[in-house]
Design a protein around this ligand. Structure first.
Ligand SMILES: CC(C)(COP(=O)(O)OP(=O)(O)OC[C@H]1O[C@@H](n2cnc3c(N)ncnc32)[C@H](O)[C@@H]1OP(=O)(O)O)[C@@H](O)C(=O)NCCC(=O)NCCS
Length: 101
């Protein structure tokens, strides 16, 4: 498949930043599109369960309209065997924010 592509330059010569604008909000937009598609297909409620310490993901979900339902105590186990809380969040049809600020 990649045979016709020129080889990548040596690592030290590659660009050090992403070729798209910073703060492109790709993840937010991808989740917004997915949520809209699920609502368009007839779903009326979406739940999501990020790690309680995943502040970036929680910020993105709240920005899209998700609300905090509650803490899921000792919800997932890390590779070192320790347990971590999760955060249950939900979004009802009509609550999805279409304009991302
Ligand atoms: C969660 C995820 C989908 C978000 O996508 P993304 O492209 O990183 O997010 P965006 O660039 O659209 O937006 C990031 C937002 O978080 C904010 N943010 C960044 N780090 C943050 C932090 N530590 N705490 C709070 N907010 C933070 C940014 O300021 C930005 O908010 P703004 O648009 O209001 O300025 C992506 O980061 C991801 O895949 N992470 C790894 C896997 C994961 O955590 N999945 C979630 C499992 S439930």
């Amino acid at each position: 498949m990649g045979r016709n592509h020129p080889p990548l330059p040596a690592r030290r010569d590659r660009p050090r930043c992403a070729p798209w604008p910073l703060r492109a909000r790709l993840g937010s937009e991808a989740i917004r599109v997915l949520a809209q598609r699920l609502f368009d297909q007839g779903h009326h409620r979406i739940t999501i369960d990020p790690a309680a310490a995943n502040h970036r993901a929680i910020h993105v979900y709240e920005k899209l309209g998700f609300r905090r339902v509650g803490i899921l105590r000792d919800y997932e186990q890390g590779p070192d065997g320790t347990w971590h809380d999760g955060l249950l969040m939900d979004l009802l049809k009509g609550e999805l924010k279409s304009e991302l600020k």
